[in-house]
Design a protein around this ligand. Structure first.
Ligand code: AMP
Length: 394
């Protein structure tokens, strides 16, 4: 039922979640702990969130009956992934209470829209150009220099739909399936020294809180490790939080926004990408902060006061992909006492599929990185100092 008043939704109320992946599962677990009822809409009968929710509607997102059920039963609805059909979110916003709104999703799921909005708000981003054909690509490469990164504007994740290109010829393949009127984005290659991110929360009332900025290390385009707090100058930590707040205000965010940034050699920050939901780089908050990103998101959309995002302990989060499950099981007894294991209940182990994560807690992130390296679960060691190991090497 469409909510009329701005009264908070108290425990006992029902939270509807579009999408039943690991983010939905962790939202559901936190929601249950807080005393809410959880309703998931996801077409897969054995999705990770289904097994912990009170109710799982197994149906396509387009299913009218499923939408009606959600509208009738949920006091508030949220989404846990941004590749969901925008029309469905728009309709649910009209017919029910979906405080994040479709507009935030419309901007953040489209790289070009996102860059435009950020640039208009004087938020620093990588230089970019719109590319519709080979001529645009030639002009773009002249303007931005080489190499450059060509990306699809929607649908890309974990490095899919991205090409590092040096010549227009290299971009031809990427442009082959571009239909009339479609567009790609070409970004100048950024020789960053670190990739960092900030998860920021904004309540319905406009109150804003940030979690500590973290440092992210990717392997094969997938997040491998998050180090909290990021090993950067204190001034950079502050500036990263300020930037994240500025972006959240600019976009009138309700709920969480993950702001990914590049740190340059001269200590400047550029905003790379936004996600209007809990983020993999915020999983450490579950074990290391006073309030987790999942609880914070639920507080935002339910109209409760925001919790304190204080970091209680330095933390290192490492993802468990399909190929890590066997070595993890073998080395499980070797995990230190302060390591917290999270598995998402996914049955099929595939290479590169996110199956879970481990959060290490301790006094020194460098010591925790050594522990991770010594466990022999994740193969290739993570270098200790200054990483700069972006997924593209020019
Ligand atoms: P994205 O999907 O935009 O987050 O990109 C995935 C990864 O590609 C980032 O985490 C970076 O490691 C790398 N990347 C993306 N854009 C650029 C860029 N303009 N310059 C250098 N590396 C980039």
């Amino acid at each position: 039922m469409k909510r009329k008043s701005e009264q908070p939704i108290l425990p006992g109320g029902t939270i509807g979640i579009l999408g039943g992946g690991q983010l939905g599962r962790m939202l559901a677990l936190e929601g249950k702990r807080m005393g809410y009822r959880i309703m998931i809409l996801d077409p897969s009968p054995d999705c990770p969130a289904g097994e912990v929710a009170d109710h799982h509607i197994v149906a396509d997102y387009q299913d009218d009956l499923a939408a009606k059920q959600l509208i009738q039963m949920a006091d508030v609805t949220t989404y846990e992934f941004e590749n969901i059909d925008l029309g469905i979110v728009e309709e649910l916003e009209r017919r029910s209470y979906l405080p994040q709104g479709h507009q935030l999703l419309a901007v953040t799921r489209h790289r070009l829209q996102e860059k435009k909005v950020l640039k208009q708000g004087n938020i620093p981003v990588a230089p970019y150009a719109e590319v519709r054909n080979l001529d645009d690509l030639r002009t773009g490469l002249k303007q931005l220099g080489t190499p450059a990164v060509l990306k699809t504007v929607t649908g890309g994740y974990d490095g899919k739909g991205q090409w590092l290109i040096r010549t227009p010829e290299q971009g031809k393949e990427a442009l082959q399936d571009v239909q009339e009127g479609q567009v790609r984005i070409l970004e100048g290659y950024i020789p960053f020294v670190k990739e960092i991110s900030v998860v920021v929360a904004r309540s319905v009332q406009g109150d804003i809180r940030c979690f500590t900025p973290v440092e992210n290390i990717h392997r094969n385009h997938i997040l491998h490790m998050t180090i909290a707090p990021a090993r950067v100058e204190p001034g950079v930590l502050e500036e990263a939080q300020e930037l994240a707040k500025q972006v959240a205000k600019r976009l009138q965010v309700v709920g969480l926004l993950a702001v990914e940034m590049f740190l340059l050699k001269d200590q400047r920050l550029l905003v790379n990408e936004l996600a209007p939901r809990p983020h993999n780089s915020g999983h450490f908050t579950y074990d290391a902060c006073t309030v987790s990103q999942f609880e914070q998101h639920l507080r935002c959309i339910c109209g409760l006061p925001l919790g304190s995002p204080r970091l209680l302990s330095p933390a290192v989060m490492v993802n468990i992909l399909g190929e890590h499950v066997s070595p993890l099981m073998k080395h499980l007894p070797d995990l230190p006492g302060e390591a917290k294991l999270h598995l998402y209940g996914k049955k099929e182990r595939k290479k590169g599929r996110k199956m879970g994560h481990v959060t290490f807690l301790g006094d020194s992130v460098d010591m925790m990185i050594n522990e991770v390296n010594n466990l022999g679960i994740w193969g290739q060691e993570v270098k200790q100092k200054g990483q700069g190991d972006g997924v593209f090497s020019p």
